[in-house]
Design a protein around this ligand. Structure first.
Ligand SMILES: C[S@@+](CC[C@H](N)C(=O)[O-])C[C@H]1O[C@@H](n2cnc3c(N)ncnc32)[C@H](O)[C@@H]1O
Length: 377
């Protein structure tokens, strides 16, 4: 891992302290899942060839920007694997929580902060049972310490909870706990749904334990994508067993046609708005999809297989699918390089809005959201 002491250490920091608003930000930080750093780096190299890889830790990567960049606080990183990102200002590494909290405000200078997002970099890969895509107790404690010493001039502007859910346009101070005693400070301007919550960690809280982990994935996917699904919509769920995705959709009042050769949990199977077709997707008669408008897929197969199965449904003349949330499995990491091709393929089917993200609850996979949206005149 390359280290640039001028970014990671004190000299640059003191430069910022003397002239906090004079300099254009020189670095970007990005948080991602542990294990996704290499894919993230090649994605950035493809989209932003002038950026130079700098300091990194598992789940936390920084890049040096070209001197004359024109990026603004709410720029779009165009990344599938970034969970959160912003301009990096330096680090607070004082010996006590109180001294680090005071440094955070010093480093932020005179910026017009309206919200404070504090989170910890991922410590465990998604396959580890200790992986928890939520604000950790350590981050909550740090947030409290930072807010306790908030400068007088900002007190009225920052809500008591730090603006955990920032409003669109808010100037957000970022503090990432890279180590327990090494906090990296940055900022961004809130715009997308994920940029409005700390670390892009969209909260999902089931009322009762769900049938499977897929419940969290679809809840997060619906929140992130903002698909305009009307009440009582008709979904087909490809690869529905044991049933977490269907369960979440049923709880939201939708009806679900579940397709999977495997067994579905009785909790889902017995729901009056659920029907199970116990077949593989390609075997299902196309007329089953005539009334379906929304599609979810989460089959443990290669992305190309999922895409071919979906294509044969959405391109059928009698089928009119409006939007989809497809979980595509990165059975090998190098498949990530094909994401632009997958997006292009889905656009060719007539979905004019296509976007992707590796969600906090994902394993080695990502979500592709697609929508046919009438163009406004
Ligand atoms: C990760 S699990 C899906 C979890 C599920 N979405 C849930 O909500 O609990 C993958 C599922 O894909 C199903 N599957 C694999 N190939 C399939 C195919 N060709 N058609 C339908 N289902 C398939 C498997 O049987 C398995 O149940």
């Amino acid at each position: 891992m390359a280290k640039f002491p001028c970014h990671a250490g004190t000299p640059l920091l003191s430069g910022f302290r003397k002239t906090p608003m004079a300099k254009r930000p020189e670095f970007i930080f990005v948080t991602c899942q542990v294990g996704a750093e290499i894919i993230l780096k090649s994605e950035i190299a493809r989209n932003w060839p002038d950026w130079r890889f700098s300091f990194s830790r598992p789940g936390f990567v920084t890049f040096k920007l070209p001197t004359e960049h024109r990026l603004v606080g709410d720029f779009d990183l165009r990344s599938t694997f970034a969970q959160a990102y912003g301009f990096s200002l330096g680090r607070a590494a004082g010996g006590s929580m109180e001294s680090r909290a005071a440094e955070v405000w010093e480093i932020s200078g005179t910026r017009p902060i309206r919200a404070v997002h504090v989170w910890q970099r991922d410590l465990f890969g998604a396959e580890n049972e200790r992986h928890e895509p939520q604000i950790s107790p350590k981050a909550a404690e740090a947030a409290e310490a930072i807010l306790a010493v908030c400068p007088e001039r900002l007190r009225a502007a920052i809500p008591e909870n730090g603006g955990v859910h920032a409003a669109r346009g808010d100037f957000v101070l970022n503090c990432v706990l890279v180590e327990a005693d090494e906090w990296w400070i940055g900022y961004h301007r809130a715009k997308s749904v994920c940029s409005r919550v700390a670390g892009g960690l969209l909260p999902t809280a089931p009322a009762t334990p769900p049938v499977s982990w897929a419940w969290y994935k679809i809840e997060e996917a619906l929140a992130w994508s903002g698909l305009p699904v009307p009440p009582g919509a008709r979904f087909a769920d490809l690869g529905c067993a044991p049933g977490g995705t269907s369960q979440a959709l049923l709880q939201r009042g939708h009806s679900v046609l579940g397709i999977d050769p495997a067994e579905v949990s009785p909790a889902v199977l017995e729901h009056p708005n659920f029907r199970h077709v116990r077949q593989r997707t390609p075997q299902v008669r196309r007329r089953e999809f005539r009334k379906i408008r929304w599609l979810t897929a989460d089959m443990n197969v290669a992305p190309q297989y999922t895409l071919e199965a979906v294509e044969s449904i959405v391109m059928h003349p009698e089928v009119r699918i409006r939007g989809m949330l497809l979980t595509l499995k990165l059975l090998e990491r190098k498949l990530a390089e094909r994401i632009p091709d997958y997006m292009r393929q889905v656009r060719q089917w007539g979905f004019n809005h296509v976007w992707t993200r590796q969600l906090g609850h994902h394993g080695q996979e990502f979500c592709l959201a697609a929508l046919k949206k009438p163009f406004k005149r």
